[in-house]
Design a binder for this molecule. Structure first.
Ligand code: HEM
Length: 432
């Protein structure tokens, strides 16, 4: 990919890397941060951050998108840098998410002008001063990339918090990791993990507004298993089959990486079902089409968790135990899947338990419809902004959310901290 990869971090970033030893090393390093074994250790603060989301929704429900972005960014920031993100005005969110959304836009070949370089790669060879179409992309030779500086700051801080940045710096000499590689490894937590996770939660809200009957079923289960005096925990998961099915259906109904994320390419000529696929052909898994196939998912645009409840008339055997392919396939499958799945489960379970999520009403009290097809148009997608009403289900639940939220803030205070870096000003001061 010329624009996203060659003019960006290129072969220094796992996401772009060709298959080989260096990619295997990066994959292993990423697993040290967010591998399946690791992410179980993050459950406590992930759970606490999701309690804070519930608290925020009580006080400021209109800003639900920003609460989700803060939550997702804070979780990866604690993992990466040992520091939480307490406000949605923190520049790490406002600036970094904007950059990541722009990157996801750039990732769609042919969509906007810079992508002409994808079709005519020679256009990328012009020096930046005479190539306005490069939009400043591809400047080489910067001192320290932004995420390298953040990681270095965390790794050398006096704080006793263990974090992924420290592990990366411990391993760096052994593997001769370059500054760009260190930057990519730590930055990928944000790049791959914050917009994707928060977009999934926005999709969840849209589904609740458009298909209110599914919420009612979830309430029945949650009231029976959990009750109003505490919110759901990870231990409740086996007893919440409908909520689990709800989460699966969110992943399927509108998968954030609509065409399976980054493109793949065969490393040698291949034949598949009579098709000849030459080496290096761009191959994209059409997740949207797979998840909307009438055979496996009748009425595919209907949000219907019962597709995933065992024994229900609507359930279908779908390839794979999980029942969805939202995180890709094979050896390039998403490195953060475990983290994303457990975080999405606990947050959706808590929000279903705690809130009525309904369509907004106009001045005359009439419900304003939502459009289940109105999504952004990038490599990752999320619903375009829409208004809704998010209110606690009853006073007892509200009191529980307040109590648990305050306790969570106290428990999370060990991760309070500031960074001295701002992305918007960083490169102006950093020596080129
Ligand atoms: C709902 C949340 C998420 C979704 C839907 C998602 C989806 C995906 C998809 C579809 C891919 C491409 C898979 C392929 O090429 O076959 C991918 C790759 C990747 N994801 Fe995620 N992701 C999510 C969250 C995360 C998180 C939280 C992290 C890390 C903290 C992460 C890290 C990565 C990395 C590093 C890759 C590149 C893997 C490689 O090429 O070796 N993702 N993700």
């Amino acid at each position: 990919m010329v624009v996203f990869s060659e003019l960006g971090a290129g072969q220094s970033n796992q996401v772009n890397m060709y298959y080989g030893d260096r990619w295997r090393l990066h994959r292993k390093m990423t697993h040290m941060g967010v591998g399946l074994q690791q992410v179980r250790n993050y459950r406590d603060f992930q759970n606490d951050e999701s309690k804070v989301v519930a608290l925020d929704l009580i006080h400021n429900p209109e800003e639900y998108v920003k609460h989700f972005e803060r939550y997702a960014t804070s979780v990866v920031s604690i993992i990466g840098f040992g520091r939480r993100v307490s406000s949605f005005m923190d520049p790490i969110i406002t600036e970094v998410i904007a950059v990541m959304q722009r990157a996801a836009e750039l990732n769609v070949p042919g969509k906007t002008f810079p992508m002409l370089m994808e079709s005519f790669p020679f256009l990328a060879n012009f020096p930046n001063w005479m190539a306005p179409w490069k939009h400043g992309l591809g400047q080489k030779g910067r001192g320290r990339p932004f995420f390298y500086a953040l990681a270095e700051e965390a790794a050398t801080s006096a704080s006793s918090q263990q974090c992924y940045a420290k592990k990366i710096f411990d391993e760096a000499p052994k593997h001769k990791l370059s500054k760009m590689e260190i930057s990519s490894l730590s930055g990928n937590l944000f790049g791959a993990g914050s917009d994707t996770s928060s977009s999934t939660l926005v999709t969840f809200v849209l589904a609740c507004c458009a298909f209110p009957e599914t919420m009612m079923k979830a309430w029945g289960e949650l009231d029976r298993v959990v009750g109003p005096h505490r919110s759901p925990t990870f231990q409740d998961e086996p007893d919440l089959p409908y909520v689990k099915a709800f989460v699966k259906e969110v992943f399927r109904w509108r998968s954030v990486a609509i065409i399976g994320g980054q493109p793949h390419a065969p490393i040698k000529d291949d034949r598949y079902k009579g098709w000849f696929i030459p080496r290096n052909t761009w191959v994209q898994g059409n997740v949207w089409a797979i998840h909307h196939h009438e055979r496996e998912f009748p009425e595919p645009d209907r949000f219907n968790p019962d597709r995933y409840t065992k024994g229900s008339a609507e359930s279908r055997p779908f390839p794979g135990e999980k029942g969805y392919m939202t995180f890709g396939w094979g050896r390039r499958v998403c490195s953060g899947q475990g983290l994303a799945e457990q975080g999405t489960f606990i947050t959706i379970a808590r929000l279903l338990w705690g809130f009525k999520i309904e369509k907004a009403v106009d001045e005359r009290g009439k419900e304003v419809g939502v459009d289940i097809f109105d999504f952004t148009n990038g490599l990752n997608m999320r619903p375009n902004p829409f208004k809704c009403r998010i209110t606690p289900r009853n006073l007892e639940i509200r009191a529980t959310i307040e109590r648990e939220g305050q306790q969570a803030l106290q428990d999370l205070s060990q991760y309070d901290g500031e960074t001295k870096y701002r992305m918007s000003t960083y490169y102006a001061t950093e020596k080129l």
